[in-house]
Design a protein around this ligand. Structure first.
Ligand SMILES: NC(=O)c1ccc[n+]([C@@H]2O[C@H](COP(=O)([O-])OP(=O)(O)OC[C@H]3O[C@@H](n4cnc5c(N)ncnc54)[C@H](O)[C@@H]3O)[C@@H](O)[C@H]2O)c1
Length: 309
C-alpha cells in the first residue's frame, strides 16, 4: 500500500523531508505540496515532479487522495495545522516541537484522542539514530546498571549570518527548539518518566542580537538545564552555536559510584554508554571537559541538597 503524502512547508527542513519522501521512502508517494511562497512550490514542482501545489493549506487538506500530511512549518503554526489535518481525516507527521505553549500541546492531545484511527507523530529524529537505539537497548536490558546521570549536550555550528537570531522568535529559542531533543532523548532512554522539577539557566554568549528578544534568557545561545526526578539526575548542557562545530553527545552513567565518573575519561568508561555525533569542524576537547565539570556541579548540588534535608 502506498501512503499519499502532502507536505506543508518547503523551507530548509521541508525540502529535505520532501526529497526523502519523493525519492527514498518505500511505500510513500509525495503527491502535494503547500507553501505561501511561490518559489518554494516551483521548486517542488520542478525538482521533485509534485504537480499539485497549493498556497492554501485548507485546500490541500480538502484533497481526498491525500492520506497524510507532513508539517514542516514554523513552530508557532504546528498545533493549529495538526488539529486541522486531524479534522480533515489525515494522518500527521509534524516536526518538533509540538508547540511553544503547554495549553496548545494539550489541545492537540485532546483532538488526537478523538481520532484514534489516525496516527500523529512528532519528529524526534534522534530516536531513530542507530547509536541512540543501541544506547536504549543497552539501558533497557540492564546493560549499564541503574542509570544515575544523563548528560546531554547539543551544539550547532555557529552561523554568523544572522539567520539564527531572526529565526528565534518563531522557533522558541534554545530550550523549546533545541533542548527539546535532549529532553526527549533523556526521557526515552530512561523509560519516559515524568520530571518532578526543572531548573534552567540561559545566557547570551555569542549572539548579542538575542538580547533584544529578552523576554527570553531562554532565547540565549548557551544554557544549562537540570531536570530532577527522571529516575536519574539529568543534565542538559546546551550551546546553541559552537564555534568548534556540530556536537551531539549523550553519555548515560550508572549509579556504581559518583567518583567513578571522573575516572571515566570523557564519560566513555566501562559501564557508561556514550552516544556521540561529531561533524564538520570537529570537537574542541576542552568542550568535553566542560561537560565533565557540569557533571561535577550536579553531584555537588545533590550533596548540598542531601545535607539540607
Ligand atoms: N529535527 C530537526 O533536527 C530539525 C532541524 C531544523 C528544523 N526543524 C523544524 O522544522 C520546522 C521548519 O523549520 P525550517 O528551518 O525548515 O524553517 P523555514 O523557515 O526554513 O521553513 C518554514 C516553511 O514554512 C512555510 N510556511 C510559513 N508560513 C506558512 C503558512 N502559514 N502555511 C504554510 N506554510 C508556511 C514557509 O514558506 C517555509 O516553507 C520547524 O518546526 C523546526 O523546528 C527540525
Amino acid at each position: 500500500m502506498t501512503v499519499r503524502i502532502g507536505i506543508v512547508g518547503v523551507g530548509r527542513m521541508g525540502r529535505r523531508h520532501a526529497e526523502n519522501l519523493a525519492t527514498r521512502v518505500p511505500g510513500a508517494s509525495l503527491v502535494a505540496a503547500c507553501s505561501p511562497i511561490g518559489e518554494e512550490l516551483e521548486w517542488a514542482r520542478n525538482t521533485l515532479g509534485v504537480d499539485r501545489v497549493y498556497k492554501d493549506y485548507a485546500e490541500m487538506l480538502a484533497q481526498k487522495d491525500v492520506d497524510a500530511v507532513f508539517i514542516v512549518t514554523p513552530n508557532t503554526l504546528h498545533p493549529a495545522q495538526i488539529i486541522d489535518a486531524l479534522r480533515a481525516g489525515k494522518h500527521v507527521f509534524c516536526e518538533k516541537p509540538l508547540s511553544m505553549v503547554l495549553d496548545e500541546c494539550l489541545a492537540v492531545e485532546a483532538e488526537a484522542a478523538k481520532h484514534p484511527h489516525l496516527k500523529v507523530m512528532i519528529g524526534f529524529v534522534r530516536r531513530f539514530d542507530a547509536s541512540y537505539q543501541d544506547a536504549h537497548a543497552s539501558i533497557a536490558s540492564g546493560g549499564i546498571g541503574r542509570p544515575f546521570l544523563v548528560r546531554s549536550q547539543t551544539t550547532d555550528q555557529n552561523d554568523p549570518s544572522g539567520f539564527f537570531v531572526k529565526f528565534a522568535p518563531t522557533s522558541g529559542g534554545i530550550f523549546v527548539d533545541m533542548s527539546v531533543h535532549d529532553i526527549d532523548i533523556a526521557r526515552w532512554l530512561l523509560g519516559s518518566p515524568k520530571a518532578l522539577r526543572v531548573f534552567s539557566l540561559g545566557t547570551v554568549a555569542v549572539h548579542e542580537g538575542l538580547r533584544l528578544q529578552l523576554k527570553a534568557s531562554y532565547r540565549g545561545d548557551g544554557a544549562h538545564s537540570f531536570i530532577d526526578g527522571l529516575g536519574s539526575d539529568d543534565v542538559l548542557k546546551l550551546a546553541r552555536k559552537a564555534t568548534t562545530g556540530v556536537h551531539v553527545a549523550t553519555p548515560v552513567f550508572d549509579g556504581a559510584s559518583e567518583n567513578e565518573i571522573f575516572d571515566r575519561r570523557l564519560g566513555c568508561g566501562r559501564q557508561g554508554h556514550r552516544v556521540s555525533v561529531a561533524a564538520e569542524a570537529g570537537i574542541d576537547p576542552q568542550d568535553m571537559n566542560d561537560g565533565l565539570l557540569v557533571g561535577h556541579e550536579v553531584i555537588s548540588v545533590r550533596r548540598r541538597r542531601r545535607r539540607v534535608q
